[in-house]
Write a protein that binds this ligand. Sequence first.
Ligand SMILES: [Zn+2]
Length: 183
Amino acid sequence: MSALLPVNCWDDILPAYRNTPVADLLACHNLRTPHRSHDRAELLIGMCMDNRIMLRIPDNYVYILRAGGANLQRIEFKVSYAVAVGGIRTICLIGHDQCGMAGLRARRDVFVNGLVENGGWERREAERHFDQFSPVFEIRDPAEFVFSEAQRLRERYPCVMVAPLFYQVGEGLLYQITEGGGC
Ligand SMILES: [Zn+2]
């Protein structure tokens, strides 16, 4: 189980993130701290495509990859590009509540009907499309997913810091995801 740690002041930022681009993002977005000027990107953000997520980010500082559920598994080459060519050593993965990729299977009818009506697809093709790809992209708990995805990326890119974060849609603030449980 994971836990969400709020960032309401500078001291709330986990020690491991201080003096890193993760702290820069948290301070800029949550604390509205004025940011330094940057001449190159130092942070890669992987986040959901959901239109309700709006981040305050330092100018010229961030690459952003957006994919449903913040699932980067199908766009990993772009992560590699940001690391290899862009020189990125820090990644923030941002999940969020009310994510459409969670509980995807329950929305099969909505998806199929929408693809027929809005996309002009044949119903059978739309059903096949959903059945083929929904198991690939469906996630269970958005915070748990981002937490485990961060661990996977740390193993894949051992020199890169990967921070799992969570965006609460209602209040528009970022949280740090940590290993929960115990006391
Ligand atoms: Zn989402």
